[in-house]
Ligand binder design. Structure first.
Ligand code: SAH
Length: 360
């Protein structure tokens, strides 16, 4: 049994199941997530017999670090081995007022968005809870959080490799641990899940979570979105927006962030901007314009800064809060859409479209 696979409820069940008091879960979680201690021998407020039992019957394996790179802008990227065939990437982005950790939810991705290099790797498998929360634990350790007790990671975004809503149960449990006071204690608002638009997953998430939601929109009409984000053929824009509205209502009117990567000559015209403004008019929306990060073999290129500013101005003039996301860490291939890890795709993409499952 891997300790990192258990959220608080599961850990309480584990201890009561062995005739121990449920507060053992509180003690162990504080050691693991507050002190950064995973060696049971060091958990001095547990009895010797319980420590021995845990040491003999549980384990806390985490992904191992293959490499760590630091960008000239301070962004840090870790390549983490999760099994013999797969490695994933995790990125820390320091800013003056916050520190954001971008974590992966799958090894590879099955969605094959045309402008994303992760998609080009194919899909291998879902990450376990331990592999998802392990990224947060490891980054905290590497950044010196456990030693300094200072909060270095203030925000977490599920925007790394993979489609989080296609690994629903494990992602929801990992988010539990991220937001739990006995875990990393981050406010729901500081955790953002980004999805390419898995409609049933958004609806299920609205029933069990209050974290921030971001949606990779990238086009304001179905013809273009079908091409850029192929999952749109299954969940077209009208259905997507209706699920987003439901999510916003469930969170008390919080806006949904719509991500829009500007691709030169593809979706960046002024007509595209006006169409997007019309689509989102009256919707609880914020728009994040993303500068395209090229990768080898891509057919796309970056829109000019002038086009980007004009596009933003049209949205702002229509009353939509719009920001242009700064590119960070591109010198170490740590920017959006550049995370590839080392993935051994199991099968052709068309056969690997796992469906979101029930609420955890
Ligand atoms: N599967 C999820 C999360 C991963 S992608 C999703 O699609 O939202 C995180 C963000 O990076 C998404 O908005 C995605 O569209 C964007 N992105 C992907 N490739 C990119 C690229 N080459 N340049 C810039 N942004 C990219």
């Amino acid at each position: 049994m891997n300790l990192f696979d258990l959220d608080q409820a599961a850990m309480r069940d584990y201890f009561t199941g062995m005739e121990e008091k449920p507060f053992r879960a509180t003690q162990v979680m504080k050691w693991v997530y507050h002190q950064g201690v995973t060696d049971f021998e060091a958990m001095t407020d547990l009895s010797k017999s319980l420590r021995d039992h845990l040491a003999g019957n549980t384990d806390s394996p985490l992904p191992s670090i293959i490499s760590e790179k630091t960008s000239t802008d301070g962004t840090r990227k870790w390549l983490l081995q999760v099994d013999d065939d797969n490695a994933i990437e995790t990125v820390f982005i320091p800013e003056t007022s916050r520190g954001t950790l971008c974590i992966s939810s799958q090894a590879g991705c099955a969605l094959n968005c045309t402008f994303c290099s992760t998609g080009k790797q194919g899909y291998s498998r879902n990450l376990s809870v331990a592999e998802i929360i392990g990224q947060v634990w490891l980054a905290n350790k590497q950044l010196g959080h456990f030693a300094s007790r200072k909060r270095i990671i203030s925000n977490i975004v599920l925007m790394g490799m993979g489609e989080p809503l296609l690994n629903f149960d494990n992602v929801v449990k990992a988010v539990e641990l991220i937001t739990d006071d006995l875990g990393f204690g981050l406010a729901n608002k500081r955790v953002t899940l980004s999805t390419a638009g898995i409609v049933p997953g958004i609806i299920k998430l609205s029933e069990c979570s209050r974290i921030s939601l971001a949606v990779s929109l990238h086009a304001a009409n179905d013809a273009l979105r079908d091409e850029l984000v192929p999952i749109n053929r299954t969940y077209p824009i009208r259905k997507l927006l209706s699920a987003c509205r439901r999510y916003s209502e469930a969170t008390g009117g919080e806006p949904i962030t719509f991500e829009y990567v500007l691709l030169k000559g593809v979706n960046d015209s002024l007509a595209d901007a006006r169409e997007l403004a019309r689509l989102l008019k009256g919707f609880p929306a914020k728009v994040n314009l993303i500068i395209f990060n090229p990768f080898p073999g891509t057919e796309y290129s970056r829109s000019s800064m002038e086009t980007t500013d004009l596009f933003r101005d049209i949205l702002v003039q229509s009353g939509i809060i719009t920001i242009t996301r700064k590119t960070r860490g591109d010198d170490i291939n740590a920017a959006c859409g550049q995370l590839v890890g080392r993935v051994k795709a199991r099968a052709a993409r068309s056969q690997t479209r796992p469906m979101a499952n029930g609420c955890a």
